[in-house]
Design a protein around this ligand. Structure first.
Ligand code: SF4
Ligand code: SF4
Length: 112
């Protein structure tokens, strides 16, 4: 499993120079990790993945999980962790959604 760079990346370039395998490149303004070259820093003098260690963002550089659902939940948890007022997130989402839906239905009834 290799590390990967997410949408949280702010293109600071710090990870490029610290990778012992030269696995990180900037391509057309986006930073990417070559999974063939990334060894998770396991075969180096470092005890932790250097890209993650230097990344100034919370989740700009994360381990790419091989299992689809494991990956899906990891992304979901990262996104959810950033939300404020998490407790009533789904309630507010539902209320907003149902309100918009009922407005649309009312408009359709007026036109019909
Ligand atoms: S985990 Fe290590 S080898 Fe892999 S991209 Fe990051 S710094 Fe390079
Ligand atoms: S260190 Fe983090 S924010 Fe900076 S370029 Fe690498 S992944 Fe992006």
């Amino acid at each position: 499993m290799a590390y990967t760079i997410t949408g949280q990346c702010i293109s600071c370039n710090l990870c490029v120079s610290v990778c012992p395998n030269g696995a990180i490149q900037e391509v057309e303004g986006r930073h990417i990790i070559d999974s063939e070259r990334c060894t998770n820093c396991a075969d180096s003098i470092y005890t932790v993945p250097q890209c993650k260690a230097v990344c100034p963002t919370a989740n700009g550089c994360v381990e790419q999980l091989s299992d689809y659902w494991e990956n899906w939940f990891a992304t979901y948890n990262r996104v959810m962790a950033k939300l404020t007022n998490k407790q009533d997130y789904w309630e507010r989402w539902y209320n907003t959604y149902s309100q918009k839906l009922s407005e649309q239905l009312k408009k359709q009834q007026v036109v019909a």
